[in-house]
Design a binder for this molecule. Sequence first.
Ligand SMILES: [Zn+2]
Length: 296
Amino acid sequence: MPELPFLEVLAENLAASVSGRRIDALDVRQPALLMQAEPSPESFVGEFVSFPRRMGKYLVFETESCRVIVLHLMRFGRITVAPAGRRAAAVARGGSGEAPTPRNVSARIRFDDRSELRLIEHGTEKKARLWLADDVDSIPELGRLGPDPSRGELTLERFLESVHAAPRQLKTLLTDSAAVSGIGNGLSDEILFEAKLSPMKRTDQIDDAETARLHAAVLGVVERQVSLLRASAAGKLPKKEPVEHYAVHDHRGEPCPRCGTPIAWVSYADRDTFYCPGCQTGGVPLKDRRLSKLLK
Ligand SMILES: [Zn+2]
């Protein structure tokens, strides 16, 4: 699932394609996508898009009149921009310029230069979400977002509040968007590796020094991953989560870059957790949630 660095770089690199463009059509092709009945997609026609930005794991397109189009890509949603050139060429050849839209396009915004922003969702399970609103404050999901680690909002004090709010596993804490916004499965593995803490250790089992280390790891990993992806995307829209920038996530069996122990993996619910048994769990492999509690 796209996380903070992916969406941050996506928003940055989308600016060149959408900022200052006038919306000629907003077409929602997957009815389940739309989270609110009002305002209507048609009411956005004629609006100019200002800079796209990221809030948590949401992509926000604000118009000049401060109305918003908000997207959550969930696991399989992706954004592409079909350039104006091909459509213009089709018109020149005597066609309408209306090339058939691929079936997996869930929504599209056509701009006045005839380019088109598309939300594509692969697979049969359609989970991406779209909100249209008259202002950003009327979307409750955005109001519930916790402090953003890349915007100077996640102070140690605020992090401590979340750590002490309820006893839960560190991985669960990091992926709770009310505690830290923008972090998912991949980044949480990287952060816990950086902090040398077990993903299944609980918030009521870590001391102040470990909490400070975890907080520093959140900020450090997020900053590093954003700059790595910004460099590798080189102005283009990122296509997939950059596993090549990760030390442990999706690197099962490979040697830990710090101690050489093979990276291990556990799976529960519907997510995979990668970690180094050598430097995160004291040499003890994690089996599953129940067993790991017995091991503590
Ligand atoms: Zn290690």
